[in-house]
Design a protein around this ligand. Structure first.
Ligand SMILES: Cc1cc2nc3c(=O)[nH]c(=O)nc-3n(C[C@H](O)[C@H](O)[C@H](O)COP(=O)(O)OP(=O)(O)OC[C@H]3O[C@@H](n4cnc5c(N)ncnc54)[C@H](O)[C@@H]3O)c2cc1C
Ligand code: SF4
Length: 489
């Protein structure tokens, strides 16, 4: 523990965000730089708890008090070793993780949590700056070959682990660039794409093979991969959008959120979007239907395209601003939050049910009929009499979630078992088809980057055991045990 009374002496401080009025003119990340000395002070706030609840809050089991201690001491190499031992890509999670570790931080019981996510990003960037993150090809090869379908964070994390174990790893990706939702879902103002390219260059130098523009089920079959490789891992995400089944949902100007976000990410990457394919919010009344990261990212994107107005509709009532008795620490707080995109300008309307889209004479959407809800409890509601109204709408983005992975093209050859929600059903990360594994959103449903990395690591270990009968790749529980042993020594 760096400074025994650090949590009493210092308050929580984070890098400042750029002025919303300024930052909507570009697509760069919104946070300014933060002096190293200040990051050390933030690390000093960690109490090195006997039972560090932050560990159980983090899906990766990151050894948070240990890296906080190293940062306070200015020992960046030690901090990096600790962080990379559980997390392949802290440069991503340090930027976009909602930080469940902070919600479960013991300090957050009565004070603002330790700035864990910021410290993670600082370690990640410092380790690149100091040249500590170098390609580390494996010292031996096993002769086994693994195909990974999908290059999102789950696929990349699994690839990194399997390659370290000595297997020959081939990633098949249907898009023209690797990264999955990191690249074509999450906007640049949250995650600039050079961070992905920097990581991909290292993975390639370590010997991982990337096959881009290769859609499995279209350009080649899963059956062929299954025959050709010793194991196959499906990390294809959960991309089937949930439709809004109300009258008028076919009108022009109504789009799934991901279609909009992907186009804008491509535009920011320098691509020319043909006019007939483009979806642009300039001078339009925009309605975003649904909360969550996807909805919030549509708000931030529409602000950068100078929409006339942006309204985000949510079906539920506005959550309370503080924890309620049925949602105590260390659970994830189900409280009101405003993202950086909301701060840039957006009307948030809570407790509205969408009824019907209204068309103009050319078949374009011109309005959305909504009615206010009165919630009796968390499940039951009634419509408030006389509250029906039509909101102006030139462009609507549907962001009400995702149904399941897009595996339809595989099902003719493999009758994959799925769970109640339509995600792959797994036993030790293996599907019902021997030799075919799955991980990430394809198994969990649309979730978080940190869970995708965790699943990728766990699935890699299961594949290694499947191929070799044993594995030296770290298991989450083992990392925690190692930590406990280290502390005893
Ligand atoms: C708009 C948006 C914003 C988000 N913001 C955040 C955030 O701020 N923080 C956070 O933690 N999480 C966020 N998430 C969630 C997070 O991005 C996902 O949980 C995570 O990316 C899942 O990783 P994955 O590797 O399982 O799948 P994905 O990232 O979805 O990657 C799947 C990959 O598989 C490829 N693929 C699919 N089918 C095939 C096929 N047949 N052949 C070849 N390739 C195929 C796809 O093209 C894709 O590249 C966000 C999600 C969205 C949609
Ligand atoms: S719970 Fe918070 S204060 Fe305790 S060890 Fe973890 S980061 Fe430090």
């Amino acid at each position: 523990m760096g400074k025994a009374d650090g949590f009493l002496t210092y308050g929580r401080e984070l890098p400042a965000a750029r002025d919303p009025k300024e930052r909507i003119n570009d697509s760069n990340e919104i946070y300014t730089s933060f002096p190293e000395e200040k990051t050390k002070i933030q690390a000093a706030r960690c109490m090195d708890c006997g039972v560090p609840f932050c560990h159980s809050g983090c899906p990766l089991g990151n050894m948070i008090p240990d890296f906080n201690d190293a940062v306070y001491d200015g020992e960046w190499e030690r901090a990096a070793q600790i962080l990379y031992s559980t997390n392949n890509f802290p440069e991503f999670t340090g930027r976009i993780c909602p930080a469940p570790c902070e919600s479960s931080c013991v300090l957050s019981i009565n004070k603002p949590a330790v700035a864990i996510e910021h410290i993670e990003k600082a370690i990640a960037e410092k380790s690149f700056e100091l040249g500590l993150v170098k390609p580390q090809p494996p010292t031996h090869r096993t002769g086994k070959r693994v195909a990974i379908v999908g290059s999102g964070p789950a696929g990349l994390a699994a690839a990194a682990q399997l390659n370290q174990a000595g297997h020959e790893v081939h990633i098949y990706e249907k898009d023209d660039k690797a990264g999955g939702l990191l690249r074509y879902g999450i906007p640049d103002f949250k995650l600039e794409k050079w961070t992905i390219d920097r990581r991909l260059a290292i993975l390639e130098e370590e010997g991982i093979h990337f096959h881009l523009n290769k859609e499995i089920g279209k350009d080649t079959t899963l059956k062929k991969l299954h025959r050709k490789y010793d194991a196959v891992l499906l990390t294809i995400g959960s991309a089937k959008p949930r439709p809004l089944t109300i009258p008028g949902n076919h009108l022009k100007g109504i789009h799934f959120a991901m279609d909009y976000l992907t186009l804008h990410n491509r535009r920011v990457a320098g691509e020319i979007i043909p006019a007939e394919q483009d979806i642009h919010a300039k001078e339009k009344h925009v309605l975003v239907i649904g909360g969550g990261d996807t909805g919030s990212d549509c708000v931030g994107t529409a602000n950068r395209q100078f929409a006339m107005s942006i309204t985000q509709l949510q079906y539920r009532n506005m959550p309370s601003t503080a924890r309620t008795p049925d949602n105590p620490w260390p659970e994830t707080p189900m409280t009101f939050t405003a993202s950086s995109s909301h701060e840039e300008g957006c009307e948030r309307s809570w407790g509205w049910l969408t009824k019907e889209f209204v068309a103009d004479e050319n078949g374009f959407v011109k309005g959305l009929k909504v009615v206010e809800l009165e919630w009796k409890n968390s499940r039951e509601y009634t419509e408030k009499p006389g509250s029906e109204r039509v909101l102006p709408c030139d462009l609507a983005f549907i962001a009400i979630g995702y149904e399941r992975p897009m595996y339809d093209a595989f099902q003719a050859n493999f009758d994959f078992e799925t769970d109640q929600r339509g995600n792959f059903k797994l036993q030790d990360w293996q599907t019902n088809v021997p030799g075919i594994f799955a991980a990430g959103d394809a198994y969990r449903g649309q979730s978080l980057v940190v869970w995708a990395i965790s699943d990728g690591r766990e699935a890699a270990r299961a594949i290694d055991v499947h191929l070799m009968g044993k594995s030296k790749l770290p298991a989450k529980e083992v990392s925690m045990l190692l930590l406990a042993n280290e502390k005893q020594v």
